[in-house]
Design a protein around this ligand. Structure first.
Ligand code: FAD
Length: 453
């Protein structure tokens, strides 16, 4: 009998197994892939939060990693030509710890990261069994979950089962926590993986400018993450939003002039196509029941703005293992006891992130993922910078831009009122109804213009 059986050796499962084993629990991790990471999205970007919260991250050293210090956002027009772009580096004033001041992400392949993490869990004492798919949960004579059933018809008993089995979570379904995601709760992410000619060439051309996002152009925002000697070009949207085959949009993104240039410069060759589901919720649903807890994607934890999910999986995995230890020590694994897990993640930074879940998600869905809005937004950003160009007197540009803002108010103001003010309301902890001054100001803009005599 295991204290905890963890289904899935993704980042969440491995950190959960490591934490549980370190706490002295008998932990088993079951993974359907022939090795951890074999079945996962092949490339990803790890946020600095991992280095802040997990001491072991300082030892990460895998061949594919590339640190991203500069992120460039490209806005493209309907002809897929660049209209406006900006680059950013980590804010030295808003960030509070060293790594966040130094880099945005470390990009790497999951086929290297997941085995590295799983090995740490094994070294801590957790057992890892690969090529094993959990197909059901077993129940005792009182109807309570008491173990898992695998595709080899093994019945393995455990006091607590942790669903770390990602977006499709069989544990969530069989435990009766969730039937399936609604179409507006889950995204389909498609990506092309490219291999560049050499690491040296990527060093020379890209260096640490290792994330490029491509916005506008009629497709939902696409991202390009450069690893040591390769990159991913990917995009996603909620299942409820796809108007055509997502791969068609990815093909369009591939035709963007800037993307083609980077492919040419890095001498990149197409390697693989991937399609994965990724939960993207306004707020996570239930995450526990008797003898069961869900972590990471299985729980719906990817962040509501950009669906970053790896830190959320690892952090929730750590919390779940800590609560499992308490439950086993107290000899009480009932849902009444395990509610402490939900209380704990709500109090953690995961809960803080979801304080503005609906507002963050609405904002993202209606800007980067809404090409029709990106079209005016991109043009407006570009017009703004016309102030610094030399075609006419600078003050003339200033005046024209002011006139343009008033002229475009009917497009801009509804967007600001619907999607930006609610976000500001949450940020300033002030309900929208108290922000009357700003609302009135915006309404002024939307008033029909008086006709010139
Ligand atoms: C294309 C794409 C790109 C992404 N990029 C980023 C990124 O750059 N940065 C970021 O932070 N997040 C990113 N995410 C989100 C991130 O991948 C997930 O949030 C994260 O992997 C969740 O970790 P997890 O451990 O909960 O689940 P997963 O990583 O999905 O791991 C689940 C594991 O469970 C195994 N499994 C599933 N079912 C069973 C079963 N029945 N029996 C046994 N084993 C099972 C799977 O094989 C897998 O190994 C991306 C997602 C996608 C789809």
């Amino acid at each position: 009998m295991y204290d905890v059986i963890i289904v899935g050796a993704g980042p969440g499962g491995s950190v959960c197994g490591k934490t549980a084993a370190e706490a002295g629990l008998k932990a088993l991790i079951l993974e359907r892939g022939s090795y951890p990471g074999a079945k996962n999205a092949s490339g990803c970007a790890l946020s600095p939060k991992l280095w802040r919260d997990f001491e072991f991250m300082k030892d990460l050293d895998v061949p594919s990693q590339r640190t991203c210090r500069i992120h460039t956002s490209h806005f493209v027009d309907e002809n897929l030509r660049e209209e406006f772009a900006f680059s950013q580096t980590p804010s030295k004033r808003l960030n509070t710890y060293k790594e966040a001041k130094e880099f945005f992400t470390v990009n790497l392949y999951r086929s290297e990261f997941d085995p590295w993490l799983a090995k740490l869990a094994e070294e801590a004492g957790a057992e890892l069994q690969t090529s094993t798919t959990v197909v059901d949960l077993s129940r005792n004579d009182k109807g309570k979950v008491d173990g898992v059933i695998t595709d080899k018809d093994e019945r393995i008993k455990g006091k607590i089962i942790i669903g770390a089995d990602g977006a499709w979570s069989i544990v969530a379904k069989r435990a009766g926590i969730r039937a399936k995601w609604q179409k507006d709760e889950v995204t389909l992410v498609v990506s092309y993986d490219f291999k560049c000619e050499s690491k040296q060439l990527v060093d020379d051309i890209i260096g640490d400018n290792a994330i490029h996002t491509w916005l506008g152009g009629g497709f939902p925002g696409a991202y390009q993450f450069f690893k040591a000697d390769g990159f991913h070009l990917g995009l996603g949207d909620w299942l409820s939003n796809w108007d055509k085959n997502p791969r068609t949009h990815l093909e369009t993104a591939l035709k963007v002039e800037g993307v083609r240039k980077l492919i040419k410069l890095t001498k990149a060759k197409f390697r693989e196509f991937h399609a994965h589901l990724l939960p993207w919720l306004k707020y996570p649903g239930k995450t526990y029941t008797d003898n069961v807890m869900l972590i990471g994607d299985a729980a719906g934890f990817p962040c509501p703005l950009e669906a970053e999910g790896i830190w959320y999986a690892m952090y929730s995995g750590q919390i779940a293992a800590q609560i499992a230890k308490k439950a086993i020590d107290a000899n009480d694994t009932s849902k009444v006891f395990l509610k402490q897990y939900e209380d704990a993640w709500k109090e953690s930074e995961i809960g803080v992130e979801f304080e503005a879940g609906p507002e963050l998600q609405e904002f993202w869905a209606n800007l980067p993922f809404a090409p029709q809005n990106m079209a005016w937004f991109s043009q407006l950003m570009n017009d703004n910078y016309a102030i610094f160009t030399t075609g006419e007197a600078h003050i003339t540009y200033f005046r024209r831009f002011q006139e343009l803002l008033i002229d475009q108010a009917e497009v801009i103001a509804p967007f600001v009122i619907r999607y930006m003010l609610p976000l500001f309301g949450k940020a300033f902890k002030q309900p929208l109804s108290d922000m009357k001054t700003v609302q009135q100001m915006m309404k002024q803009f939307t008033k029909p213009k008086k006709k010139k005599k």
